[in-house]
Design a protein around this ligand. Structure first.
Ligand code: PEP
Length: 242
């Protein structure tokens, strides 16, 4: 299975900076083995649609659980699909923590994304307290089950231990593989052989110098990258490492 390098800019860059970034990537990217996708604030997606190199996908960092209507400030799956988005991240730990998103909300968002042909990237992962108690596997699997309620197999799952996001603390490749394997087994129970084509990503302080060892693990099929996604040179470095 191809590795997916999913780039999460979070709330960084302006639309003009996004355009310049995409043009710089187009000038410097050599074809690699990985699939690339840029998750940008929705206002930047039209600039990405016209400036990203061919074959590089893009998506939203969130999507509404609702179809349309009186939901001020939200972005619908139909809007993302209309500008050519292929993905929508759902359940990022920052959405769960700062916006009170529950597993049920995350599942509703993932279903809504799929209803418009988008592939949801469903994020799960434990906080430090859970990891210190040694409960990271059951905790993450319970979160996964809740977040996939009614969701079909056209999905990407990102395991992102919260203690490793933006902290510079990376899980070891073995930590990533432990959860990736557990997630894959749970996906197989849920989806049968359709689970074989689901990419399971690791996220948490991934950079050019650690991506290869993490993605070399048999059940890790790419990375969700925040901080190191902002500079084109780092993205090219990660793409070349895969
Ligand atoms: C993320 O935003 O999903 C993430 C993993 O961030 P970082 O790479 O900065 O840890």
């Amino acid at each position: 299975m191809k590795n997916l390098l999913a780039l999460n800019w979070k709330m960084n860059k302006t639309p003009s900076e996004a355009q310049a970034w995409a043009q710089e990537l187009a000038a410097g990217l050599t074809t690699g083995e990985a699939q690339l996708a840029v998750m940008a604030p929705a206002i930047m997606l039209p600039a990405l649609a016209t400036n990203l190199p061919a074959g590089v996908a893009f998506g939203g960092q969130d999507v509404s659980a609702h179809e349309s209507g009186a939901y001020t400030g939200e972005i619908s799956a139909a809007m993302l699909a209309d500008v050519g988005a292929r993905y929508a991240v759902v359940g990022h730990s920052e959405r769960r923590e700062y916006h009170g998103e529950t597993d049920a909300t995350v599942a509703a968002k993932a279903r809504q994304a799929q209803a418009h042909g988008l592939t949801p990237i469903v994020c799960v992962g434990e906080g430090l307290d859970v990891r210190e108690k040694g409960e990271h596997v059951p905790y993450t699997l319970a979160q996964l089950e809740g977040s996939l309620e009614g969701v079909g197999p056209d999905v990407v799952v990102a395991y992102e231990p919260v203690w490793a996001i933006g902290t510079g603390k990376t899980a070891t490749a073995d930590d990533a593989e432990e959860l990736a394997l557990a997630i894959r087994e749970a996906l197989t129970v849920r989806y049968g052989s359709d689970a074989d084509r689901i990419q399971v990503l690791y996220g948490g302080s991934v950079k050019p110098d650690n991506i290869a060892s993490i993605c070399a693990k048999p059940n890790v099929n790419g990375a969700l990258v925040g901080g190191a996604s902002l500079k084109v040179a780092d993205v090219i470095g990660m793409n070349d490492a895969l």
